[in-house]
Design a protein around this ligand. Structure first.
Ligand code: GUN
Length: 292
């Protein structure tokens, strides 16, 4: 069993981007600038956004964190987005999800200038992705594709089961892995809350991408020997033995599934760090587009 070390691969990618930044600086070019909008005080979102900002600092990007209170109105948020859309110093920006319930997420994502949409969530960019056109790929699926590619995991003709149909992970993952591309050419099945005979389906999988948002959902009896496991889930589970009072669990029961798997991503240290690395890669792409 091999651990798919997302932390190490993401550090390699960040080093590669840092080299690009150095070259840009030596040529007197402007370095990439990423902005992130955070609305409210959700603990997990604050952690992720801070990690994104810190990663920018490490590789030499400029970054701006826009921290808005949870009582921010939809209109105020849309105004902020408009400012970033027209600010020539900002190459790309993200709005961290989830948003407070009184804000229409779809409306917000549609307000982002597609050329600055480094999360790849705007319908224009989702459409381009679905049509095999070059665009910003959403960071988590992009990170998984990169991880599969760098570990040279064969996907062509393989049975891939994606657990979950979210706009951020499950849906784009199913599109990307069925495409004619690196880490693609797979036969993809998407399962969700209404699927029947789930175990029958997962037992046929050569690769499982678990993005269902239920901690330790996939257990050892649901997978076959030598399966490749990509665990996207990250949930805080109460644990009195920890200082913080919780531990981080994936959508996969690591203990039982890792005994059968040929490759498996850990939680934390698997998919999560890859998401950040690919967001930075998209921001570099946004900057380079601006140079043309
Ligand atoms: N919330 C969970 N994942 C993501 C992500 O990739 N981008 C943003 N903006 N919010 C998220």
């Amino acid at each position: 069993m091999t651990i798919l070390d997302g932390k190490k691969v993401s550090n390699d990618i960040k080093d590669e981007i840092a080299e690009h930044v150095k070259a840009m600086v030596s040529k007197g070019e402007k370095v990439p600038h990423l902005a992130a909008i955070l609305v409210g005080t959700d603990g997990a979102s604050m952690t992720y956004v801070n990690a994104k900002v810190k990663a920018c600092e490490r590789i030499g990007f400029n970054s701006t964190l826009i921290d808005l209170p949870d009582y921010t109105t939809e209109e105020e948020l849309l105004q902020k987005i408009d400012q970033l859309n027209t600010d020539n110093d900002i190459d790309g920006f993200i709005v961290q999800l989830p948003l407070p319930k009184h804000i229409d997420e779809q409306k917000v994502l549609m307000a982002v200038n597609p050329d600055k949409d480094v999360d790849g969530f705007h319908p224009t960019n989702v459409g381009k992705m679905a049509l095999d056109l070059p665009t910003f790929l959403p960071a988590t699926p992009y990170g998984i594709m990169e991880l599969l590619e760098r570990y040279q995991i064969e996907t062509s003709g393989k049975n891939v089961v994606v657990l979950g149909r979210s706009h951020i992970v499950g849906r784009p993952m199913s599109i990307l892995m069925s495409q004619k591309r690196k880490a693609g050419d797979a036969t993809v099945t998407v399962v969700h809350s209404r699927s029947k005979n789930l175990k029958e389906i997962t037992l046929e999988a050569d690769i499982v991408v678990a993005a269902i948002g239920i901690s330790e959902f996939l257990t050892g009896d649901m997978v076959k020997e030598d399966v490749v496991i990509i665990d996207v889930g990250i949930t805080r589970v109460p644990d009195a033995t920890k200082k913080t009072g919780y531990r981080l669990a994936g959508d996969v029961e690591f203990e039982s599934v890792s005994k059968k798997a040929s490759y498996i991503t850990p939680v934390p240290g698997g998919v999560g760090p890859m998401t950040i690395a690919m967001l930075l890669k998209n921001t570099l792409l946004a900057r380079k587009r601006n140079l043309q």
